[in-house]
Write a protein that binds this ligand. Sequence first.
Ligand code: ZN
Length: 296
Amino acid sequence: MNADTQQRILDAVDAGFDAQLATTKEFVAIPSTRGAEGPCQDMIGDLLRARGYEVDDWHINVDDLKDLRGFGPIEHDFSRARTVVGTYRPPTDGGKSLILQGHCDVVPTGPLDMWETPPFSPTIKDGRMYGRGACDMKSGTIGALYALDAIKAAGFRPTGRIHFQSVIEEESTGVGALSTLQRGYRADACFIPEPTDGKMIRSQVGVIWFRLKVRGFPVHVFEAGAGSNAIMAAYHLIHALEKLEAEWNERAKADRHFKDVAHPINFNPGIIKGGDWASSVPAWCDVDCRIAVLPG
Ligand SMILES: [Zn+2]
């Protein structure tokens, strides 16, 4: 791309930036936690249609996906799960094709009293927007949409096919992205505007979610030594998993993409539940965990 072309596009980005911010705010204001992404998908569909893209908006049928490589089991109500793709077809198909993909699901807010401003009332302060999902990754998704607008506003028309894909379930199973592959969407390249510290990255770790289910031997606390405490046992297992995490990070030092990344493998015990009574040796403890894995 020559400097003049680049400048014209950058100027168009600047010219559209207020509108881009307003759209981002509107998008972040939608509380699209897992299972509640519908209104976000509605909004993306409307934005794509208003711009003249060919819109494919479909309900994800788990049965179509469950035998595919990379499928993660769905245990919650999935009856309203959708994927939305907007396609741009060039007048003459000569250039390389591109997928731009964003996920609209966001992780839970956590304790509301720890937010300075409400998580779904996006607020701009000191040049940053605060709100659940503003960073990961609604600003990226809307940024990609407005980047395409800027190219058009600058008077250019891409010569390759472009699919703009809005998916769900990125924070969990990845089934939303999988649904686009099942539907047949392919391109020469895929760009995902996730917040990766402003850098382009070409490799990403995978994630395993798993649950430790520990069973103890319940006794009254006055004879605790005769029982087996499931919470304490889970605590030992968590420590063992921390050692595994350290071992896998050692192994990552030999990986061609991750050898220069500090601590790429992260283990997180995210939810812990166990026991029924403060004076009973707990008979059970469940710990939901997440650990990363290197590609391959
Ligand atoms: Zn993300």
